[in-house]
Ligand binder design. Structure first.
Ligand code: GAP
Length: 455
């Protein structure tokens, strides 16, 4: 799991870029960090928000059959009894008798401690849910859990959403939010964290149509990653073997990505049958069935669940877009992020700090920042500033030079092939809008001459 895949960006390189440029920091770093918890810095929070925005757009905004939800993290403790988490959400834990490090038994290859080779204890089951207490008394009656998945917040709101939106089957509920798991084995940066974020859909269908909807969602979700620029050769589907399926699942596919550490799960799509709604009906005593107007029957819907991790997606998008090119100035590092995901869409760069360039540069900057995240940078040489923007994935740089003061034209320079075009300032915003929205580069803006070759 910790081996480096040849030809893939080094995980250490990604970690270092993320720290240096303000994408991701270890949590509470000045105190030595906190195991498998991370903080998203100024660029990381933009990237992460863009991933969630792109997911919400595909999952809710562009579909007639989906609605959103934002349920609380703390839920009634019975939720986790009904869902099976109190009983079964556990991993087998072993401890080294010599160095006392703890490991997941199913991650051990040769029966020995991976750190010191020492003898290991017999495995015992360790529940992964974080516990806390609600109210001032710390006793068994006030135990609550930090949710280990967002899914249950959707199931317990099934009737609320149904009644308030008058939805008919099939329809789905989407939610993004934090989840918490007291993972035994961590490491590999943001691949496996103790506090992380999920993007989950519970899609409710008539029993008998579940297989068809399962296929639909596997396809939709796979395409979501490739539409956002993830290379197809780095994505694959893996069906779970029968003995691997979770207790609630009839079928499950993982979308796997070729991470720097090897092929690993990016998202799971499961056919959860009517397990969850039945369990919550039983434990709450509330009828969670659906009345089918056509057949005049109460039915318990089946559920298809595409469940993705925000942080794992961020890692996949970073790893997939990382690129290096040798050129005369050394090494150009580029994040070839899809425009929709890039944290900064445009950088405004005056050619130099000469104060004559300042008013027009600021005017251009001010005119763009209400539309996108735009950076203004006038420190160091223009070449260095281009490199800095390439390294954080900024699709377009706009340069204001002395000629601009005379003809009110600026240069747009694109990230991937460093092509440049000069356009009048009055068409700048519309040009950037069109290009960021996917218009091919070779469609020329009004008043723009053709893109100039390479830098
Ligand atoms: N409701 C189903 C469910 O939670 P899961 O396979 O346990 O299924 C779904 O989790 C996704 O959440 C995973 O594919 C992964 O992307 C993400 N995920 C799960 N545990 C994680 C962790 N410890 N750190 C980061 N992401 C995690």
């Amino acid at each position: 799991m910790t081996e480096q895949v040849p030809g893939k960006v080094d995980m250490d390189k990604l970690v270092s870029l993320c720290k240096r440029r303000g994408f991701i920091f270890p949590s509470s770093e000045i105190y030595g960090g906190l195991g498998a918890c991370y903080d998203y810095g100024p660029l990381g929070v933009e990237l992460k928000n863009n991933v969630k925005k792109a997911w919400w757009k595909a999952a809710v905004q562009e579909r007639d059959d989906m609605v959103g939800l934002d349920a609380s993290i703390l839920m009634h403790p019975q939720v986790w009894v009904a869902s099976g988490h109190v009983e079964g959400f556990a991993d087998p834990l072993v401890e080294c008798k010599q160095c006392h490090q703890r490991w997941r038994a199913d991650h051990i290859k040769d029966g020995k401690c991976p750190a010191c080779g020492g003898e290991l204890t017999e495995p015992r089951m360790f529940n992964l849910m974080f516990k806390t207490f609600m109210g001032p008394v710390e006793d068994a009656a006030s135990v609550v859990y930090l949710r280990p998945e967002t899914a249950q917040g959707i199931f317990v709101n099934f009737q609320n959403v149904l009644n308030s939106t008058r939805r008919k089957l099939p329809f789905g509920i989407a939610q993004t939010g934090k989840s918490f798991r007291n993972e035994i084995t961590t490491g590999n940066f943001i691949f496996r964290m103790r506090e992380f974020e999920q993007m989950e859909i519970e899609y409710f269908v008539k029993p008998g149509t579940d297989e068809q909807w399962f296929k639909h969602w596997v396809e939709q979700r796979f395409n979501w990653y490739s539409n956002l620029g993830v290379k197809k050769e780095n994505l694959r589907l893996r069906q779970h073997a029968k003995d691997e399926l979770a207790h609630y699942a009839r079928d499950c596919y993982d979308i796997e990505y070729l991470f720097p550490i090897g092929w690993s799960e990016l998202e799971g799509i499961a056919n959860r049958t009517d397990f969850d709604l039945k369990q919550h009906s039983k434990y709450s005593g509330k009828d969670l069935s659906y009345f089918d107007e056509e057949t005049k029957e109460h039915i318990m819907p089946y559920v298809i669940e595409p469940s993705a991790g925000v942080d794992r997606s961020v890692l996949a998008f970073l790893a997939d877009s990382y690129d290096e090119e040798k050129d005369k100035e050394g090494l150009r590092v580029i994040l070839r992020l899809h425009y929709a995901l890039a944290p900064i869409k445009v950088a405004v760069l005056p050619l130099s700090r000469n104060e004559k360039l300042l008013p027009l540069s600021k005017e251009v900057y001010e005119s763009l920042r209400s539309c996108w995240m735009v950076q203004y940078d006038d420190a160091q040489s223009i070449g260095r500033r281009y490199r800095r923007q390439d390294e954080i994935g900024t699709p377009f740089c706009v340069t204001v030079d002395f000629q601009s003061l005379e003809d009110r034209q600026v240069t747009i320079r694109e990230r991937d092939k460093m092509r440049q075009i000069r356009v009048p300032i009055e068409v700048l915003k519309a040009t950037l809008e069109a290009k960021l929205g996917g218009e091919p580069l070779d469609v020329l803006p009004p008043g723009g001459e053709k893109w100039l070759g390479f830098e």
